[in-house]
Design a protein around this ligand. Structure first.
Ligand SMILES: [Zn+2]
Length: 493
């Protein structure tokens, strides 16, 4: 079952009850398209994978992540071994009469030096797409089941939906279509600390990797609960059922800086996932209300946006990291506006010469992160202000975020910014986002905020940003960062 993106306020309670009470009417779960049996060797040197096809046997296998078969080879005695071309990243099933299964070995030590979340990790953390082979030709929507057989004392963390039952030695999962579309990671080890943290309607499956930590398990729990709760205030609940959270202790300083949480990333391959680096010096009281977990959880609440449109995904996450911390009481309202304003200033100074659309496309090469993130955050502010100003507060960026998640969340494909813009403008009933985005993306200047600042009543006095009482948009300014009133409970008849 893909992660439910049902939103508490949007899901009629009566419909939910009907579905629960009428199991005979529910669709039976589709048979898996294929299955993996993964035996992990003691010492985490390698894994042996047996991949079986209960239905039509494929002609050719490729890596889920694409590319050469680095660290993979057919198992000794595998009858289909001659069709295996590591360099081309292609395994031709030349003798379809032989068997409906193939077996291959994975060099875990080599793959743990990989990319994504696995980069700079210790042995036992891999990008799943680097060792999951799948048929080259797919229809879309294929799903699989996977079972790990672990050495004694070992545990696994995966983004996939667990199949109930099993024990520490044998864990099974259901892999949905997002497994093949996006990056996901698996951690295996004998020294993983694991805990399920219920947070605002989601189950956070937290795995802490080995390493010294000053923060306690209870402190880590309160930190993640606070971040999930801040994001849930937009949606009524945290809009994913299950989130794989991997916390990696890191030394303070030496490239990691002195922030309590020096880095985070989010992933949506096979399910929602977070990687958070946690400074070994961070104390419990440093954690609730820090911005990295909030930022990454906003990404997980949104549909995955195309990489070239980073201005949208990063801009919205950057805007909301400050707005939501203010709403949750971690920042005073004026402090939130000053933090946003300081970010806009950094984005302005970081400006490249190219239009924002191009800076966004080339961000991973040019490293103009500050420009793209904060210009995107300025666009988010301008859209939020225009939505509220033009609707008397009936439309907001929160409403637009809920609409994007309802309509596009959980899909096994990236959402292009153009489609997100069109969706938000259908919600608004007019071309609000299109107008703001077109002007900003075509310009090499930072999005102009002067008019919005004047209307909201944000002014500079002796260098400091102040809130001007009585400005025409003062109520909107205050509403953006105000604590939300409690949501009405759904009526159950
Ligand atoms: Zn981000």
């Amino acid at each position: 079952v893909p992660p439910s993106l049902a939103i508490a306020r949007a899901a009629p309670a009566a419909l939910t009850a009907l579905l629960l009470l009428s199991p005979a009417r529910a669709e039976p779960p589709a048979a898996p398209s294929w299955t993996y049996e993964v035996v992990v060797a003691p010492g985490l040197e390698s894994m042996s994978v047996r991949l079986c096809f209960p239905g039509a046997r494929p002609r050719r296998l490729v890596r889920a992540a694409g590319g050469a078969f680095e660290g993979l080879r057919p198992s000794p005695g595998e009858p289909q071994a001659e069709g295996f071309d590591a360099e081309a990243g292609s395994w031709t099933i030349a003798r379809p009469e032989a068997t409906a299964c193939v077996s291959y070995d994975v060099d875990l030590a080599a793959l743990s030096r990989g990319r994504g979340m696995a980069r700079s990790f210790s042995r036992g953390v891999t990008e799943a797409g680097a060792w999951l082979l799948r048929p080259a030709a797919t229809q879309g929507g294929e799903r699989a089941t996977l079972r790990f057989r672990l050495p004694p004392g070992h545990r696994v963390s995966a983004p996939w939906a667990p199949v109930p039952g099993g024990d520490d030695a044998s864990r099974a999962y259901e892999l949905d279509a997002t497994t093949w579309a996006f990056i996901g990671h698996v951690a295996i080890g004998s020294d993983l600390r694991q805990e399920t943290v219920p947070a605002s309607g989601a189950a956070l499956e937290v795995t802490t990797l080995p390493g010294p930590l000053r923060a306690t398990p209870a402190g880590v729990r309160r930190w993640l609960e606070a971040a999930a709760s801040a994001v849930a205030s937009v949606y009524g609940r945290f809009p994913r059922d299950r989130v794989q959270v991997v916390v990696r202790p890191v030394p303070a300083g030496s490239g990691h800086g002195h922030d309590p949480v020096p880095f985070g990333s989010s992933w949506q391959g096979g399910g929602a996932a977070l990687l958070l680096l946690l400074s070994e010096r961070a104390r419990d009281e440093d954690l609730p209300g820090e911005w990295v977990a909030v930022h990454e959880m906003v990404h997980l609440a949104m549909p995955p946006i195309s990489h070239e449109d980073a201005w949208l995904s990063e801009g919205f996450a950057t805007y909301y990291q400050e707005v939501l911390r203010a709403r949750a009481g971690f920042l005073e309202p004026l402090e939130a506006w000053r933090t946003l304003d300081a970010g806009f200033e950094r984005g302005r100074e970081d400006g490249g010469d190219a239009p924002l659309a191009e800076e966004s496309r080339r961000m991973r090469q040019t490293h103009e992160y500050l420009r793209v993130y904060w210009a995107g955050a300025a666009i988010a502010l301008l859209v939020d202000v225009e939505l509220r100003r033009g609707s008397g507060g009936a439309s907001t960026l929160d409403g637009a975020m809920r609409r994007l998640t309802e309509r596009h969340g959980g899909a096994p494909r990236f959402l292009a910014a153009d489609d997100a813009i069109a969706e938000v403008d259908r919600y608004a009933g007019r071309a609000v986002f299109r107008t703001v985005a077109d002007a900003a993306l075509a310009s090499s200047d930072f999005p102009p905020l002067e008019e919005a600042y004047r209307w909201l009543g944000l002014a500079r006095e002796r260098g400091a940003l102040v809130a001007v009482p009585g400005a025409p948009g003062a109520a909107v300014r205050d509403a953006i960062v105000a604590r939300p009133s409690p949501l009405p409970l759904p009526t159950v008849r």
